[in-house]
Ligand binder design. Structure first.
Ligand SMILES: O=C(O)CCC(=O)N[C@@H](CCC(=O)O)C(=O)O
Ligand SMILES: [Zn+2]
Length: 339
């Protein structure tokens, strides 16, 4: 089979939605722009494989390392067909923003994964895309047999430097934060995990909340243009994903000495047009503050650190009014995890 390029196929509109083809072992289906399902060819194999895995990238159009990673993985599978142990959904999230080289076109796509956007008339390309992606996820997981493990890794890169460059956001999880799921991230050198305190309208939260998937937003270093990423740093993640796709299900032990867990304490949303952060634009994610130190000024409200050692993640003074402008987090012991 000709090497399949997920990025070219998406941006070049090379495929027709519904088009399918096969190699010696797997059935490939182009469900829509940038939405590719690959599953074992024999229906019996497809039913018996015990995993349904979603791998997404490009939800923000300028976050290129994850796109390069998933393009390479799909290309390798097309060139050298291998027996999949999983049904797999590859997603390139926001093709229009990828073309622009921008985070988004009209609106941040990763704030729109909420059932309300499946019903409402879309007001812009991102609202339409969020609706299409949620439907693709719903269909993919609804076709999973009850015994199939559901997984979604939504891959991103961050705007700022970070004291912990590879980190994940674990969506709000009233049933507890799984030690085994965190151990899998650690095996991929994602050694820092934020434990969310509340529901959000992100892609990973959608899969976790509505489909009980082991789902994470995974940050893989800093935003760089295509070709500017050091892809060797993503090798451990690639190996983990390949084990999930082709091997025995990975069950690494958590290294409690090395894992860094942070409990989210606040999601601070910008409320006023007059909004500023009280620290430099190049201050790294996970920088810590002392209790009472100012973090932001929002209209007349002064926002301060509530605890010694409170750290900031994803600060962005340019977000629209009403949007999340930063998270505050506190380091936690591994005993916070459940099994
Ligand atoms: O570096 C930044 O400020 C943003 C990087 C990014 O896109 N992060 C995701 C995190 C999603 C989550 O909280 O699960 C986002 O902001 O959408
Ligand atoms: Zn992102």
């Amino acid at each position: 089979m000709k090497a399949f390029d997920l990025l070219e196929a998406t941006l070049g509109h090379e495929m027709t939605p519904g088009e399918s083809w096969q190699d010696d072992m797997n059935l490939w289906q182009w469900l829509d722009d940038g939405i590719l399902r690959v599953e074992p060819l024999k229906p019996a194999d497809s039913r018996n494989c015990d995993r349904a895995i979603v791998l997404s990238c490009g939800i923000h159009g300028n976050e290129t390392a994850p796109i390069e990673l998933l393009v390479a993985m799909a290309k390798q599978l097309s060139e050298t067909p291998r027996r999949l142990q999983a049904r797999v959904l590859f997603i390139l999230g926001n093709p229009k923003a990828v073309v622009n080289g921008s985070r988004f076109v009209d609106e941040n796509l990763n704030r729109l994964f909420s059932p309300q956007y499946k019903q409402a008339k879309p007001q812009n390309p991102e609202q339409r895309r969020a609706s299409d992606l949620m439907r693709a996820i719903d269909e993919f997981f609804s076709l999973a047999a009850p015994h199939q493990r559901r997984v979604h890794y939504d891959l991103h890169t961050a705007i700022r430097d970070s004291k912990h460059p590879f980190f994940a956001v674990y969506p709000h999880s009233p049933e507890g934060f799984s030690r085994n799921a965190v151990a899998r991230l650690q095996a991929a050198d994602v050694d820092t995990v934020l434990l969310s305190h509340a529901p959000a309208s992100t892609f990973s939260h959608y899969s976790h909340c509505y489909h009980q998937a082991e789902a994470f937003t995974v940050e893989l270093g800093k935003v760089k243009p295509f070709g500017g990423n050091d892809m060797s740093k993503l090798e451990p993640l690639k190996r983990l994903l390949e084990a999930m796709l082709y091997g025995l299900w990975p069950t690494p032990q958590l290294d409690e000495q090395r894992i860094k867990l942070f409990r989210v304490t606040r999601a601070i949303h910008r409320q006023h047009q007059e909004f500023s952060l009280s620290f430099a634009d190049d201050l790294a994610n996970f920088s810590r503050f002392k209790k009472g130190q100012q973090l932001a000024q929002d209209g007349n409200e002064e926002i301060v650190a509530e605890h010694d050692g409170e750290a900031i993640v994803f600060p962005n003074r340019k977000v629209a009014v009403g949007q999340r402008a930063l998270l505050t987090v506190i380091q936690s012991a591994p005993s916070i995890l459940t099994d």
